[in-house]
Design a protein around this ligand. Structure first.
Ligand code: NDP
Length: 293
């Protein structure tokens, strides 16, 4: 069984990005700058945003963190987004989700200039990604593609089963794996909460990508011998042995599933570090105007 080490691959890619930043500096060109918008005090969101700001620092990007109280109105938030759209210093920006209930996430997503939408959530980027045109691919799916590429996992003609159809992970992942691209060309089955006899599909998967948000949902008897398993889930479960009182587990029962696999991602240390790295890659592309010119 091969452990797919996202931490390692992420550090290699981040070193390449840092080198690229160095090259830009030497040529006297603009350093990439990512802004992050954080509304409210959701603890996991704070952690994710801090991780993104830290990654910017590590690769040499500029970063701006804009914090707003959860009482901010939708109109005021839209005005802040417009400021970022217009600010030539900012190459790309993200609005950390989830947003408070009184703010329409679709409106916010669509208000972001698609040329600065390094999260790849704007319908223009999603549509262009689906049509295999240059686009920002959302960070978690892009990170998974990079992992498959690094480990030279064959995807062409394989059966890829994706669990979960969220707009940020499952749905784009299923589209990407089916595209006519070197990492792609799989036959894809997309499962969700209404799928009947789910295990019948998962057992057929050469590549199983789990993104449902249920701790250790995928059991050993749901996985084919020799499968490649990509576990996207990040779930907290109680662990009284830890000072924090919890630990992180994926959507896959790693201990039982791993021995059956050809390769598998751990949680933590698999997909998670690749997500942040992919965001850095998109920000670099934005600064270099490589997607939209
Ligand atoms: P969502 O809650 O948005 O989507 C979950 C999806 O799983 C839905 O499509 C849902 O189906 C489906 N689902 C729920 N229960 C079942 C079930 N019993 N059987 C089959 N499908 C089911 O989650 P996200 O996509 O945002 O995130 C998924 C997981 O990935 C979470 O643990 C999250 O924390 C993690 N995550 C990790 C990232 C990383 O960097 N590693 C980045 C983003 C997310 P339906 O549509 O029918 O409701």
């Amino acid at each position: 069984m091969q452990l797919i080490d996202g931490k390692h691959v992420a550090s290699l890619i981040q070193a390449e990005i840092a080198q690229e930043v160095q090259n830009l500096k030497e040529k006297g060109q603009k350093i990439p700058h990512l802004a992050a918008v954080l509304v409210g005090n959701d603890a996991p969101s704070e952690t994710y945003v801090n991780g993104k700001v830290k990654a910017c620092h590590n690769v040499g990007f500029g970063s701006t963190l804009l914090r707003f109280p959860d009482t901010i109105s939708e109109t005021a938030l839209l005005a802040e987004i417009e400021k970022l759209n217009q600010n030539p210093e900012i190459d790309g920006f993200i609005v950390q989700l989830p947003l408070p209930k009184h703010i329409d996430v679709v409106k916010i997503t669509e208000a972001i200039d698609y040329r600065k939408d390094v999260d790849g959530f704007h319908p223009i980027n999603v549509g262009r990604m689906a049509k295999n045109l240059p686009a920002y691919i959302s960070a978690t799916p892009l990170g998974i593609l990079k992992l498959l590429e690094y480990y030279q996992i064959p995807t062409v003609g394989r059966h890829c089963v994706v669990l979960g159809r969220s707009h940020i992970v499952g749905s784009p992942m299923s589209i990407l794996m089916a595209r006519n691209t070197p990492i792609g060309n799989s036959t894809v089955t997309l499962c969700h909460s209404k799928t009947q006899n789910l295990a019948e599909y998962t057992r057929q998967a050469d590549i199983l990508i789990a993104a449902i948000g249920i701790p250790q949902f995928v059991k050993a008897d749901m996985v084919k011998e020799g499968a490649i398993v990509i576990d996207v889930g990040i779930n907290r479960i109680e662990d009284t042995k830890r000072k924090s009182g919890f630990r992180l587990v994926g959507d896959v029962d790693f201990e039982k599933v791993a021995p059956r696999c050809y390769a598998i991602t751990p949680v933590p240390g698999g997909v998670g570090p690749m997500t942040i790295t992919a965001l850095m890659l998109n920000t670099l592309l934005a600064a270099q105007k490589k997607v939209y010119g």
